[in-house]
Design a protein around this ligand. Structure first.
Ligand SMILES: N[C@@H](CCC(=O)N[C@@H](CS)C(=O)NCC(=O)O)C(=O)O
Length: 294
């Protein structure tokens, strides 16, 4: 049986949730976990052995060896499970009842709203072999509506975090999809011109955590240099931001550039193996800095 936790995932927006939470818990409590990279190319998520862990055949899932190999699937359920058993100091999940409820409300909002809607918008606009304008518009419109809800929520009272006035699993739950709004789905932040608060979520995620989470420690020196150059490029682009962004402050522009960088980082991490990764990151990061409408 053993001890620790095994995480089965891929660096997709849903897949990142459990990885980020486990990294945070590792940092605060030295929680041990092992990472098993599910191979989508081989449809491993539908293999018999994995269906015993997640009957729904999707990532992420965890098996908790500390608790009799108890298996948990559905990313929101994994977040709630992890804080219930492994966050005694309430670092990621508040103790107070109303704050707790707030966090759960925004997790439900993400799991039933932003996640599925953005996944469908991504599918119909990027992957479907037949382009169906009605479906693309339907799901993109719903994403815009949901982002407007979040935007208004964050703007009112100058909130920096989604719930309970601090970094919680509600932020972790929404992070992947928000970070992938452009690269995955082709949605742009400039649709929220009044006050762009969304990027404020992102500085809370440290680069080392993101790197560990997605196995980017296998980065070759070449790709590291590429990443650094492109990051500097992104910051340089953002420095000329105020005019280009119609009155946004440099701080806001820089925050947006950081998001752009991180969202590309999370996307390329899917392709993170060896030489291909170096080529891919160079190409994607360069395109992103030029194309992302900051
Ligand atoms: N509601 C599920 C969604 C999980 C999900 O859609 N996972 C995708 C990747 S983001 C997946 O495993 N896709 C592969 C497949 O459907 O076969 C959750 O939040 O855990």
């Amino acid at each position: 049986m053993g001890s620790g936790i095994t995480l089965y995932t891929v660096g997709t927006p849903n897949g990142q949730k459990a990885s980020i939470a486990l990294e945070e818990l590792k940092e605060h409590y030295n929680l041990e976990y092992k990472h098993y990279a599910i191979d989508f190319d081989k449809n491993e998520q539908k293999a018999e052995w994995f269906l015993k862990i997640n009957p729904n055949g999707k990532i992420p899932a965890i098996v908790d060896h500390n608790r009799g190999d108890f298996a948990v699937f559905e990313s929101g359920a994994i977040l709630l499970y992890l804080v219930e058993h492994y966050d005694p100091e309430h670092v990621l999940f508040p103790e107070e009842a109303n704050e707790k409820s707030e966090v759960i409300q925004w997790i439900m909002w993400q799991m039933a709203g932003l996640g599925p809607m953005q996944a469908q918008a991504t599918y119909f606009s990027k992957f479907a072999t037949e382009k169906v304008p009605f479906a693309i518009d339907r799901f993109k419109d719903e994403c815009h509506r949901l982002y407007a809800v979040l935007e208004k929520h964050l703007s009112s009272g100058g909130r920096k975090y989604i719930a309970a006035d601090r970094f919680t699993i509600a932020d972790i739950c929404s992070f992947g999809w928000i970070a992938g709004h452009y690269v995955y789905t082709g949605l742009t932040l400039k649709d929220y011109p009044h006050e762009i608060n969304l990027p404020l979520l992102f500085p809370t995620y440290t680069l080392p955590n993101i790197m560990r989470t997605h196995g980017l420690f296998v980065l070759s020196i070449g790709s590291f240099v590429t990443l650094t150059c492109v990051l500097l490029g992104a910051v340089a682009v953002s420095a000329s931001g105020p005019q280009r962004n119609q009155g946004l402050s440099t701080a806001q522009s820089t925050a947006i550039a950081t998001v752009a960088f991180k969202e590309v980082l999370s996307t390329v991490s899917i392709f993170a193996n060896g030489f291909m990764f170096t080529l891919f990151s160079a190409a994607l990061l360069s395109i992103a800095v030029v194309a992302i409408p900051i």
